[in-house]
Write a protein that binds this ligand. Structure first.
Ligand code: FEO
Ligand code: CA
Ligand code: CA
Length: 557
């Protein structure tokens, strides 16, 4: 679609320095100046210490081509694709690549570890599944090809990004890996009295902690758990791993169990750690965890223990309140003489009293506990990011046709007194999908150091190019300023191949490279002899390959 906006103004805006932008920021009112990009808080939270221009580009138009299309002057390298060998042991890159996080080796922007989530599997791994029931071999592949990959990547003498398969760090974490449980459900009857569990899968998006580990989110876990006859209460958690230490694998039950999309970590004014999280389902809630104890920068990975004890809150958007999810509160509601189960909660009062006996039960059955206590059902809350400029919190509400929310929107939360630890907030609809904005169904988010939000879209493959989705064509990557004169305007930076969704945008610290996953190209294929996509069109390939690409061409200012 043709954008109805002053593009020249926007481009000059993109080239403006971050500090000037913060000063010019319109609409932030009282927040302005409290946490500019140059402030200690913003730097501390996000590691953006400079003021680079990462987004100068000529916007592209929507496309239905089976290509990854980028603006003039940009190019991409396929770094790792489905089934590529990643190390000397012959381990393979997983399928359904999603979240990415880059960790420099020895401070380098040209060599580092790339952690990638693998969310799901499809026909290009399994072939057709007969009568909807997987064979033993298919189940083994299901558990192997989901999870996470750690690979080592570098730029060669020509600047091209490649995978170093001789890496001592490269490894897979998947359905066979062992995890230590932490928090209220550890050892509790809610999870079958265990303290360790086997396997992670359905790893969607994630986040990096303040101590440089990765949080990976188990989203739609039930299909795989059921196919493999696994205890479903062992999945649907947030996993923490250390790219440089293969022995460190935890699942933090204090952060709740639901269809986790991602995590966004920041600090309350008093130094407690705050983690925002979305439950990617129609009519599901937004959560935040606030640790009991305070962050200690010198403790490094020891801070991970903060994630085992604290308060899990759910958002009530009507009251502007964060409601604490405690067993005491749940019992009080259930024991009330006038109790009536809210919409979305199944079972009688007696069933529910049996389900909720301990805090372990609350975190394990988080969605039900949230609805019982007044959590607001919303429109598929996916990625959440905290602005490095002003501590406002951006949430992608992807869409929800139950409510006629066809194109979704991005909600922006303003915590009371600009404190991430607050229990009260206000919010605005920062940007809405639709023909007026040029994007539909926002999903993953990433900030650059100019305060621009990079947004990928997730129009479902079966809807792409049809009905009211027609004008958007294939899924895209958009750049949206969060302050200044072009606040909320979306410009298209990339168009993905046929039936793909682009996921996991992540910049190198110098913002000269953007890693991005190309998930499920050709997803609607039902006959392997007629794939609907062949991206990335590798010579000899007869199927598409989900892959992580490295995009370069970013200018420094
Ligand atoms: Fe895995 Fe909610 O996207
Ligand atoms: Ca997602
Ligand atoms: Ca998605």
């Amino acid at each position: 679609m043709e954008k109805q906006m002053d593009r020249r103004k926007f481009l000059s805006y993109l080239g403006t320095g971050a500090a000037a932008l913060a000063a010019a920021s319109a609409g932030l009112g009282t927040l302005e100046g409290k946490a500019s990009a140059a402030s200690k808080t913003a730097d501390h939270l996000f590691g953006f210490k400079t003021n680079r221009v990462s987004g100068y580009f000529e916007p592209i138009q929507p496309s239905s081509e089976d290509q990854l299309i980028l603006p003039k002057g940009f190019q991409y390298d396929v770094v790792a694709a489905f089934d590529d060998v990643i190390n000397k042991d012959g381990d393979k890159f997983g399928q359904g690549c999603d979240y990415n996080a880059f960790f420099p080796i020895d401070g380098s922007n040209n060599r580092g570890l790339l952690v990638t989530n693998h969310e799901y599997t499809n026909i290009f791994l399994h072939g057709p599944i007969k009568d909807g029931k997987m064979t033993a071999e298919q189940i083994k592949n299901e558990l192997y090809y989901q999870g996470m990959s750690v690979i080592e990547v570098y730029q060669d003498e020509n600047g091209a990004w490649k995978m170093d398969t001789k890496s001592k760090y490269a490894r897979r974490i998947n359905g066979f890996s062992k995890f230590e449980l932490t928090g209220p459900a550890k050892g509790s009857s809610a999870v079958g009295n265990v303290s360790t569990v086997t396997g992670t899968f359905a790893n969607c998006s994630g986040g990096v902690t303040l101590w440089n580990t990765v949080m990976s989110c188990e989203e739609n876990f039930s299909t795989t758990a059921s196919a493999a006859s696994l205890n479903a209460t062992h999945y649907g958690w947030v996993v923490e791993m250390d790219p440089f230490d293969g022995s460190f694998l935890r699942k933090h039950t204090a952060l709740g169990r639901f269809n986790h999309e991602n995590t966004a970590m920041g600090l309350a004014k008093d130094g407690r750690v705050v983690v925002y999280m979305g439950d990617d389902k129609k009519d599901a809630c937004v959560y935040k965890f606030v640790s009991k104890n305070k962050y200690n920068p010198s403790a490094g990975k020891g801070n991970s223990n903060l994630l085992s004890e604290g308060t899990l809150y759910v958002a009530n958007l009507k009251k502007g309140q964060w409601i604490a999810l405690t067993i005491e509160a749940v019992k009080k509601v259930l024991e009330s003489a006038s109790f009536k189960a809210p919409s979305g909660v199944k079972g009688t009062k007696e069933d529910l009293l049996k389900m909720f006996q301990t805090q372990g039960d609350v975190v394990t059955n988080c969605h039900e506990a949230a609805l019982l206590l007044g959590g607001m059902p919303t429109d598929r809350p996916e990625d959440i990011e905290i602005s490095p400029f002003d501590n406002t919190v951006f949430i992608c509400h992807t869409n929800n046709d139950n409510h006629g929310n066809i194109h979704g929107h991005i909600t922006r939360i303003f915590e009371k007194d600009n404190d991430l630890g607050a229990t009260e907030f206000d919010f605005e609809i920062f940007a809405a999908g639709g023909r007026q904005s040029g994007f539909s169904s926002p999903d993953n988010l990433a900030f650059d150091s100019n305060g621009n939000l990079w947004v990928v879209t997730d129009i479902s493959s079966s809807s792409l190019g049809k009905g009211v989705y027609t004008p958007f064509m294939n899924n895209g990557l958009f750049v949206i300023p969060t302050s200044g004169p072009s606040k909320g305007d979306a410009l298209q930076f990339a168009s993905g191949p046929v039936e793909c969704e682009m996921t996991g945008p992540f910049f190198t610290p110098d913002e000269r490279t953007l890693f991005l996953s190309i998930q499920h190209p050709g997803e609607e294929t039902s006959d392997l002899s007629k794939p609907t996509s062949l991206w990335p069109h590798r010579p000899g390939d007869k199927i598409p390959r989900e892959a992580v690409v490295a995009i370069r061409g970013f200018k420094l200012g």
